[in-house]
Write a protein that binds this ligand. Structure first.
Ligand code: ATR
Length: 283
């Protein structure tokens, strides 16, 4: 990559040094002949407003947002699309004529990831899903499940009230999706797993090397498909349990790829070079 190219895109979060977005997006920019690059910025909610003003004045094309900025950014945007508004979080911003437009590509990104072949012909519309978590990532995924007509969605969160609240919101998205909130304890989870075939972890549990799995191998079978939105470490305790149970499993690298491709498409109104991006992530 030509490193003297101007920075016109950013990925913002705090911490940010582990983000793989630069290697993925810069490969895409280069392959499309776009003479700019994306850089990481360690910026938390408190500096976000000032940073966005500066980026707008420098003619930035867009930014990606990660933890903990996805909600705080809502305060600084001129427009937010309906999907991001309903989710309550933005992970992609486009700059156009000095105005800032917010979107959320996480839900569609996970849908693409599940349909990308990692689990054969699986999709969010096909099977009962058990979703762990009720934070920003879970909100995007739960809504996507309902939009795609998932028949049954089990929601489980450490703080049950957050799952109850999310469940009530998601029930309004699609009447055909049955929502069941289950306590995050082994027996209720085991019960849910008798029906659910696709399990998605969208909690932070697994980020730290000593984190234990929220689901034990005894609750899983060879019929289950286990997706962890975490990609670093590449094999969380949950995925190790899935493997031990003979379930199929995948980590969040495919989510990173597809949400990034959709962000690229928002920034440039053109198709993302997905194969180049995949190769840049060494997938
Ligand atoms: P994100 O935007 O990445 O989803 P978030 O909104 O902070 O981040 O959500 C983190 C999720 O991980 C929440 O569902 C959180 O559960 P609570 O709602 O109870 O906080 C979950 N989480 C974090 N640490 C956890 C832990 N040790 N055990 C179980 N769940 C945990």
């Amino acid at each position: 990559m030509e490193s003297d190219l101007p920075v016109r895109l950013g990925v913002l979060g705090d911490p940010i040094e582990h983000s793989l977005s630069p290697q993925m997006q810069n490969a895409a920019l280069e392959s499309c002949g776009l003479k700019m690059r994306l850089a990481r910025f360690a910026i938390g909610p408190k500096d976000l407003g000032r940073a966005l003003k500066l980026f707008a004045s420098l003619n930035f094309v867009g930014i990606s947002l990660t933890v903990p900025d996805k909600i705080a950014v809502l305060n600084f945007l001129d427009e937010v699309d309906e999907n991001a508004w309903a989710i309550g979080a933005v992970n992609a911003v486009r700059f156009r004529s000095g105005k800032l437009f917010g979107s959320n590509t996480d839900g569609a990104g996970i849908s693409d990831a599940i349909r990308s072949g990692i689990f054969g012909a699986a999709s969010l519309s096909q099977w009962p899903v058990l979703l762990l978590g009720a934070g920003g990532a879970s909100r995007a995924i739960a809504r996507q499940c309902a939009l795609e007509g998932c028949p049954k969605l089990f929601l489980s969160n450490r703080t049950r009230e957050r799952a109850d609240k999310l469940g009530a919101e998601i029930a309004k998205v699609n009447e055909a999706t049955t929502i069941t909130v289950v306590d995050q304890e082994s027996e209720p989870l085991r019960q849910a797993l008798r029906e659910a075939r696709l399990v998605i972890n969208a909690t932070n549990v697994g980020l730290r090397a000593d984190d234990r799995s929220l689901i034990s191998r005894e609750a899983l079978t060879g019929e289950h498909f286990v997706y962890d939105t975490i990609y670093n470490p590449p094999r969380t305790a949950l995925l190790a349990e899935a493997e031990a149970a003979g379930a199929r499993f995948a980590n969040g690298l495919t989510l990173l790829l597809y949400q990034g491709a959709r962000s690229f498409e928002l920034w440039f109104d053109r198709k993302a070079p997905i194969d180049v991006m995949r190769a840049a992530l060494q997938m």
